[in-house]
Design a protein around this ligand. Sequence first.
Ligand code: AHR
Length: 521
Amino acid sequence: MQYRSLVLALAVGTVAFAQTPKARIKIDTDRVVGEVHPNLFGNFAEHLGRCIYGGLYEEGSPLSDSDGYRKDVMEAVKGLGVSVLRWPGGNFASGYNWKDGIGPKDQRPVRVDQAWGDLEPNRFGTDEFLRYTEKLGLTPYLCINAGLGSVEDARQWVEYTNETRHTYWADQRRKNGREAPYNVKIWGLGNEIDGPWQLGHKNAEDYTKFALEAAKAMRRADESIKLIASGSSNFGPNADWIAWNRTVLEKLRDEIDYISLHTYIGNQENDFERFLSAGADLDHRIEVVAGLIKAAQSGRPHQHPIYIAYDEWNVWYRARSNGSEFATGKTRLEEIYNYEDALAMGMFFNSFFRHADVVKMANLAQIVNVIAPIFTNKTGLFLQPIYFPIAEYGKQRGNLALDALVTSPKIKPAGVATPLNALDVSVTYNADKREIFVNVLNRSKSDDVATSIDNVEGKLDGTVTIWQMNSSDFKAAHTFGDDKKVTPKVQVLKVNSGDTHTFGYSFPAHSLTILKLRVRE
Ligand code: AHR
């Protein structure tokens, strides 16, 4: 499959920008927020619907390799630029016994998955997951069962994957065909334990007691692992999400390296500008938790850093659990994404980049079929519109996120309390290549925004590469055999003579643009 060919041909032209700017993006490469960590381009695979079985794993399919992994899906995952992969859930994790998923496949038990109600054949387990990540060069991230599971189960799982000596669980791993440890470094201390829907839901006190013991035990099996506490997923009117995070941070601060956050957004009101205003909530949630981290660490100079792992995020509102997908049994949460959803991907990444000092991991939920950018059937796959911005933003991994000054016309959608900038912006800098990336979502439904882009340190090369998604059909989506209509276009334009610090560009209404500029001196 030619993913690159989907990014359209190069054109060379000159920007005719004679309008008076209504917005300004002022860039200073000295104003660094933090590194755009590669783990911001993480993803998530849950035992749910057709994500594992019929998604990334399909034994006996002509499209699969001899281990049962779908080769076309692996190619698409590579094209997406996934860095770290979370598994096995999600809600599924809170009822999962990892010991069911090891050993000879035909002897593994079939269980009822209590989280989603499906039958779990356990043919894809720890070894199959970790071999998959090795094949693709992904960093594995395992989430323990902090719902119905036990501290000892969690410790034994670390022993199975990471122990080098001849212990019972390391020898079980060897018996299952794997001599060398897998060295799994990233472990989640449970999933969404703050949510009443979660198997084994707990209050913050009970959760932190469990998580503290689990952390101690897991570190006894391998002291080098990094741990992620279950932060907020429940932002509902009856949930005190700030109190949950405060307690988690106060009680677990000596043990954890990250606190997780989850956010799904939707366009239930069918209001384009309101939908794309959700970035303000993301900023708010990140900034509040960053403050709680600071408060928990206050007066403790030797405290190791704690970061935010946004380890579930996406658009998800059509294929909900009360929707028709439950009637079809095996197909669950199969969202068909459209153009406006693709724009929302830019909004999420802009928020993560603006907070690159504290957000050091993010995992799109999920990877294939289930609320996912890759959609399969038995004979092939198509890429959903959300695939393209994720892959493109991923090229900025390792860059320095910059604190750009943005002035912009405002939008004030119904139901949003404060007017917001029409231009939602993040900026990153690759110091080695002297390249600046300006990521701009114009969330105005109707207005182009003429913008002055000013770079303080160094003159700009006379050309700019423009990656852009723009469609007047907000609901345009893909399907099998018709998967090219919502794709990006790339142009290279001459913007100035090459001896100035500034140029003008008009961001089209309802578009997502990434400008790549080069600094000359
Ligand atoms: O990603 C789908 C579900 O959303 C996950 O299982 C759960 O963690 C969240 O509520």
